[in-house]
Ligand binder design. Structure first.
Ligand code: ADP
Ligand code: MG
Length: 474
């Protein structure tokens, strides 16, 4: 891949000056995070970590990622309505993975009762890396699709302005003018507002379901403020608040301390550690309600790694999206090799291959949020240990994507300024709204580029590994 900043990246004086400007610009623009020491107070805050320089992204791959987003929205929505597919696909996983099993139980329970919800809102983010082939050409490869609590749409709406200024400081005025505008905060708020409107009660609120520890609150505030701009009331509550204060009326309208809730936007609820017995009860209450859940539990299950792996099986996409061969071709073109570790010959064979050559693969459990995958020697050891036990079924295997690294500086509070070899991951936000069977909104809503030093195999921005970036199309 082209390295557009070759002339300045090693110029220590220029870099130092630009970094000082960059940090202040980030603070002014609101690219912010609370501190690890005081995650629930805004008295002292930091800038969210970001790259000094925008990273080169091949224009064709960037456009390919945007062009397939509406297809992925359709696909996720279709999976979420396909009980037979979810049941079959997750059957082996829920035998060994407690967390997925509990989500699945709630899913079945609300289906048995009959859905009160009639409006559906999906906000997802499809993540990609650029796989570098032997001939040096790069290909777009999907890492995963996040169907719950996909974050950084807010902060990344403000990073392009920072990078534009940095490029100007470095004498790259023309390149600065090439940076694309990007506003996922607005796009996601549009979806939330549409769902709120279709729910049809002026007095009802949008509830952000948030974590106990809220370091990334500014990212959420960007979206909240877009809703307030549209005169839609927003409240922030935790699962514990829902357990203590939440209730349903006779037609399963959801109330939180007296206020009717039109939309529940989960920014929490995707890791097992969130849930004690009370929080599981709160989750069930929310799922049973008429409120628009973003996502509903079926859509959360559609985002599991096991579902991702099954999608890559020949014929699966054709069953899920009948009559849409072009969409299927666009989707399939982004898939990396994905392999089932279910019990049987197929699983035995791929497990043996991965043990023999672990650097070709990534071993993934059914978890979200970064830092859960296994690589290299660790992958080999774990797979060796579980290869003859049903526990193997709780993982999937994926081809490891190998992007071409580029030099950049990762700006992080209290860290020295030093050049790093970096790789990037591009995310495209998708938003869609369905009323009954009618899709009333289906859009790509902006992008997120995250960059990390190559010594880290795993982990996102919240995990402290990757930083925010802006694509520079080449
Ligand atoms: P999570 O749900 O924890 O975010 P991901 O599948 O996104 O799980 O993996 C986390 C990180 O691990 C990614 O952001 C990426 O940096 C790295 N990663 C995941 N899959 C691959 C892969 N196939 N090849 C290379 N790196 C990967
Ligand atoms: Mg991820």
């Amino acid at each position: 891949m082209a390295a557009p900043w070759r002339d300045v990246v090693r110029d220590a004086a220029a870099v130092r000056e630009a970094a000082a400007v960059a940090v202040d610009a980030a603070l002014l623009a609101g690219v912010l995070m609370r501190t690890g020491e005081q995650p629930n107070a805004s008295d002292v805050v930091n800038y969210a970590p970001f790259t000094l320089l925008p990273s080169a992204v091949p224009r064709a791959l960037f456009e390919q990622a945007y062009a397939v987003q509406q297809d992925f929205n359709l696909l996720v929505d279709a999976i979420s309505q396909n009980k037979e597919f979810l049941e079959q696909t997750l059957a082996s996983t829920i035998k060994v993975d407690d967390f997925t099993a509990r989500l699945f139980r709630i899913y079945m329970q609300v289906l048995e009762e009959g859905l009160a919800q009639t409006v559906f809102l999906g906000i997802n983010r499809s993540d990609y890396m650029f796989d570098c082939g032997l001939d040096g050409t790069a290909a777009l490869r999907q890492i995963e699709i996040n169907t719950i609590a996909a974050s950084f749409g807010g902060l990344t709406s403000r990073t392009a302005d920072v990078h534009r200024l940095v490029l100007k400081v470095l004498g790259k005025t023309e390149e600065a003018s090439n940076l694309l505008p990007n506003n996922p905060a607005k796009g996601l708020a549009l979806g939330l507002a549409k769902a709120w409107e279709l729910y049809g009660s002026q007095r009802a609120v949008v509830m952000f379901l948030v974590e106990d520890t809220q370091r990334n609150i500014f990212d959420q505030r960007c979206i909240e403020n877009e809703l307030w701009n549209r005169n839609i009331r927003v409240i922030r509550r935790r699962f514990r608040d829902v357990f203590e204060q939440g209730s349903l009326d006779g037609s399963r309208r959801l109330y939180m301390d007296g206020q009717e809730v039109a939309v529940v936007y989960y920014r929490e609820g995707y890791v097992p550690q969130t849930y004690n017995q009370q929080n599981w009860e709160a989750r069930l209450l929310l799922e049973r309600s008429r409120a628009v859940k973003c996502p509903d539990i079926a859509t959360q299950l559609a985002g599991t790694k096991k579902v991702q792996q099954e999608l890559s099986r020949p014929g699966t996409l054709e069953k899920l999206l009948p009559g849409r061969p072009e969409a299927i071709a666009r989707i399939r073109a982004t898939f990396a090799g994905l392999y089932s570790l279910d019990e049987g010959e197929e699983g035995d064979r791929i497990a043996a291959t991965a043990i023999a050559d672990p650097d070709r693969f990534v071993l993934k459990p059914q978890r979200e949020g970064g830092g859960n995958n296994l690589y290299g020697e660790e992958l080999r050891q774990v797979l060796e240990k579980i290869k003859d036990s049903p526990e193997r079924t709780s993982y999937i295997l994926m081809d490891k994507i190998k992007p071409q690294p580029a030099l950049n500086y990762l700006l992080r509070a209290h860290s020295p300024l030093q050049v790093s070899e970096c790789i990037s991951e591009l995310g495209i936000f998708g938003v869609y709204v369905r009323q009954g069977q009618e899709l009333v909104l289906n859009q790509a809503a902006g992008h997120l580029l995250r960059t990390k030093a190559i010594e880290h195999a795993d982990g996102g921005v919240a995990a402290g590994v990757a930083v925010l970036d802006t694509p520079y199309l080449v």
